[in-house]
Design a binder for this molecule. Structure first.
Ligand code: NI
Length: 217
């Protein structure tokens, strides 16, 4: 197989994997509350995700090599994405979308948000790899990695589906994974879940809606 064919094949496999992975993630969450993922309902009255438990304590290492926990980001809005740096298509697109949202928001609103990128592939995504990768997107994007048990803990807490896929015809493994962007509030509570089809405009408006309706500190 030529290199070009191999890359094309990887793209197709990963895209399929993401579709399936995303589907499993959707299913897991919709078991909790079927209304959660209907477009337009993720914000509105918040009843759709009320009681949906996403998140929890974690200990990880950021892309500068610093040990961090969820407490480091409490008190801020957080825009969260789980993925991996070797992902050829969906992860870069979603992280670009997060960057676009941060740049579209008024400066004071944007400054209130900490963007976080959690890897689901700690074996390859070391702090150095994460540092190179996050610098491609937004100057404030924080990359988080850790040991496999630490990552397993955090993907479980955030209900992220992640699965290593080996293909004997490929030189390296790839990952199936959920592709949600989460908006978390200042107490690490889930405010919204965004999907691939939610564009930057929609996410921006939704975030501003949450900020306007939040009690002023
Ligand atoms: Ni990906």
């Amino acid at each position: 197989m030529t290199l070009k064919k191999r890359i094309l094949r990887t793209l197709v496999l990963v895209s399929l994997g993401l579709l399936i992975g995303g589907g499993v993630g959707l299913y897991q969450i919709s078991m909790e509350d079927a209304r959660v993922l209907k477009k337009g309902e993720s914000h509105s009255t918040d009843t759709g995700i009320a009681g949906l438990k996403i998140g929890g304590p974690f200990t990880l290492t950021d892309h500068t090599g610093k040990k961090v926990t969820e407490a480091d980001y409490a008190g801020h809005y957080q825009l969260i994405y789980f993925g991996f740096t070797y992902c050829p298509a969906i992860c870069p697109t979603e992280l670009q979308k997060m960057t676009k949202v941060l740049n579209m928001l008024p400066q004071d609103a944007s400054d209130k948000i900490i963007p976080l990128f959690f890897t689901i592939d700690p074996q390859r995504d070391t702090p150095d790899v994460m540092a190179d990768y996050v610098s491609l997107f937004h100057p404030r994007l924080i990359g988080l990695t850790g040991t496999q048990p630490q990552i397993d803990n955090v993907t479980r807490a955030y209900r992220i589906f992640a699965n290593k896929v080996n293909d004997p015809e490929l030189s390296d493994y790839t990952m199936d994974h959920s592709t949600f962007i989460y908006l978390m509030g200042k107490d690490n509570e889930l405010l919204s879940i965004y999907r691939i089809q939610d564009d930057a405009d929609y996410i921006k408006s939704d975030i501003l809606g949450h900020m306007l309706s939040a009690p002023q500190a």
